[in-house]
Design a protein around this ligand. Structure first.
Ligand code: SUG
Length: 445
C-alpha cells in the first residue's frame, strides 16, 4: 500500500483547563470550573498515539499553541510586563484570560481541512487552517496552527498551505470536524464530504434555534475551491439543525467515514436520502452505509458517549477497527451496539477503547484529537520525521510531559504568572524535540 492515512494528534498543552467556553458543547459547559489534570491529559493523548503506532499505523503529533496568549491580551489593551498583563486580565476580565489560556488546539480535527493530492487538480496535498470564528478562545488559533503545519509539512513540491478563511462568522470554518473523505483506497481519487450547519448568505434556509452552527456552507465551498476539488468529487450536505440543538456542535459528533465506510446516525443530515443518493452516484465503488437508528442509539446517548467521535482506522490486514472512548464501553446500550456491529457484514471488525477522559470532559473524543492526512510515499518522506511517533519519540515526549506539566489546574491558577513561565519553558524545549523551529510568538520577540 503506497498511500497511507496518517493521524496527526494534538499534544495537549500545559495549560489544559475547564473554563466552560463552548456554548453548544454540552461537556464543556457541564464541566466548567472543574479541576483539570494537564499531565494526565497529555499522557492519555500520548498513550493513544503510541497505541495506534503499535497497531502499525502512521502516527504524527502536532505541537500545542502558546498559552496564555499574551499577544492577544496586549492587542486588546492589557499593558505592562507579561505578569502585569495576566494580573490585570484576571482582575478585569477573567473570562477573557481563561480564553487566552485554553489548550483547545489539542483538538486537531479543528486545526485544518486537508485534501489529499489524489483529489486535487494540481495533485498536491492542500491544508487550510480553520478560522474557528465562532468561539473567541478558538479564533486565536489559526496563525500558529499554520506555522505548525508548515513546520511539519515543509516542502512546497508536495504541500500547499492556504491562509485561513476571512475571520468572520459568514466564513465560520471548523476544519476537518465537518469534513470526511470516502475512497476505495487512500491513494485513489476520493469523495470529500463537506457538512455545514447553516447558510450565511441565505436567510430562507433552516438553521438551529438554540445552539450555534459553527460551520457555514460558504466556508465549506471556499475550502473546496481553494483545494481545487471538482464537483464530481465533492458533496455538500447540511447537518440536521435539530441535532445541533441537542449538542451535536460538529458533524464529527454524529458521523465518521473511512475509505468505503460511512458510519452515521439516522438524524445526522437534513436531507439524508438526497445525500446518500449523491454519494452513491459519485462513488465508483460500493460504500457501506452503517446507519444507526434512534432505537439502537439515541442522539442523546451519541452525544454522551461520543459513539461517532470515534476513529475508524484500516489495519494492515485490511480490516477496520474503531478507536472509541471508554464512555462507549461503560454505556451498556452503546457497548452492546458496538459488539453487534463488529459481527455484521461491514469492514469494521474490532473496537479498541481508550481513556481520553480529560479531553472528553471538554467535549473532545478520540476523533477530535486527530487530523487525518493521506500521504503517498513521496509525501510521507517529506514530512518532518521528528513529528512522527515511534518508541523513542514517545519516550521523549512522555518524559517531557512528566518534567514540565502540572497535575492540577483550577481557575485560580490562571492568575499565577509562573504558569506562563512553565508553559513557555516547556514549549521552547518541545520545538527542539520536534525540530519545528520558532513557531511561537514568544520565540520571535
Ligand atoms: O471547540 N472544546 C472544544 C472541543 C472540540 C471538539 N472537536 C471536535 N468535535 N472536532 C470546542 O468546543 C472547551 C474549552 C473549555 O470549555 O475550557 C472546548 O473548546
Amino acid at each position: 500500500m503506497s498511500t497511507i492515512e496518517a493521524n496527526f494528534d494534538g499534544l495537549v498543552g500545559p495549560t489544559h483547563n475547564y473554563a466552560g467556553l463552548s456554548e453548544g458543547n454540552v461537556a464543556s459547559l457541564n464541566n466548567a470550573q472543574d479541576i483539570s489534570n494537564p499531565k494526565q491529559a497529555a499522557l492519555q493523548g500520548l498513550a493513544k498515539m503510541k497505541a495506534l503506532h503499535d497497531l502499525g499505523l502512521t502516527q504524527g503529533v502536532l505541537a500545542p499553541q502558546e498559552r496564555p496568549d499574551i499577544a492577544t491580551l496586549k492587542r486588546i489593551g492589557f499593558t505592562g510586563s507579561d505578569s502585569q498583563v495576566i494580573e490585570k486580565a484576571y482582575k478585569q476580565a477573567p473570562g477573557i484570560l481563561a480564553s487566552c489560556y485554553s489548550a483547545s488546539s489539542m483538538w486537531t480535527a479543528n486545526a485544518a481541512t486537508v485534501s489529499p493530492s489524489a483529489d486535487s487538480l494540481d495533485n498536491k496535498l492542500h491544508f487550510t487552517p480553520a478560522n474557528l470564528t465562532n468561539k473567541f478562545h478558538r479564533s486565536i488559533e489559526p496563525n500558529v496552527t499554520g506555522n505548525v503545519l508548515k513546520a511539519v509539512f515543509n516542502d512546497d513540491k508536495h504541500f500547499v498551505h492556504h491562509l485561513h478563511l476571512p475571520e468572520n462568522e459568514h466564513f465560520g470554518d471548523e476544519g476537518a470536524a465537518n469534513h470526511t473523505r470516502l475512497c476505495h483506497a487512500y491513494g485513489e481519487r476520493g469523495i470529500e464530504i463537506f457538512t455545514y450547519g447553516r447558510y450565511a448568505f441565505r436567510k430562507d434556509m433552516p438553521a438551529p434555534k438554540k445552539f450555534p452552527a459553527r460551520q457555514t456552507f460558504e466556508a465549506s465551498q471556499a475550502v473546496a475551491r481553494m483545494h481545487q476539488l471538482t464537483d464530481n468529487d465533492t458533496v455538500f450536505v447540511q447537518q440536521n439543525p435539530d441535532v445541533i440543538d441537542q449538542g451535536v456542535f460538529h458533524n464529527d459528533v454524529i458521523a465518521v467515514g473511512n475509505q468505503n465506510v460511512l458510519f452515521y446516525h439516522q438524524q445526522a443530515f437534513l436531507n439524508e436520502q438526497g445525500f446518500i443518493e449523491e454519494v452513491k452516484r459519485k462513488a465508483s465503488y460500493d460504500v457501506h452505509f452503517v446507519r444507526v437508528l434512534d432505537e439502537q442509539v439515541s442522539v442523546q446517548d451519541a452525544v454522551d458517549t461520543y459513539l461517532f467521535n470515534t476513529q475508524i482506522v484500516t489495519l494492515s490486514s485490511g480490516e477496520m477497527a474503531i478507536i472509541a472512548p471508554m464512555h462507549c464501553y461503560h454505556h451498556a446500550g452503546v457497548k452492546a451496539y458496538l459488539d453487534e456491529l463488529i459481527s455484521q457484514d461491514t469492514p469494521i471488525k474490532a473496537v479498541k477503547y481508550f481513556d481520553v477522559n480529560e479531553s472528553m470532559k471538554n467535549g473532545g473524543g478520540p476523533a477530535c484529537l486527530r487530523l487525518r492526512v493521506a500521504l503517498n510515499k513521496h509525501e510521507l518522506a517529506a514530512v518532518n520525521p521528528n513529528c512522527l511517533i515511534n518508541d523513542e519519540r514517545y519516550g521523549k515526549l512522555t518524559a517531557w510531559v512528566e518534567k514540565h506539566y502540572r497535575d492540577r489546574i483550577s481557575s485560580q491558577c490562571l492568575a499565577d504568572p509562573q504558569l506562563l513561565v512553565e508553559s513557555r519553558t516547556a514549549l521552547d524545549e518541545l520545538t527542539q524535540i520536534l525540530n519545528i523551529g520558532s513557531v511561537y510568538p514568544f520565540q520571535k520577540d
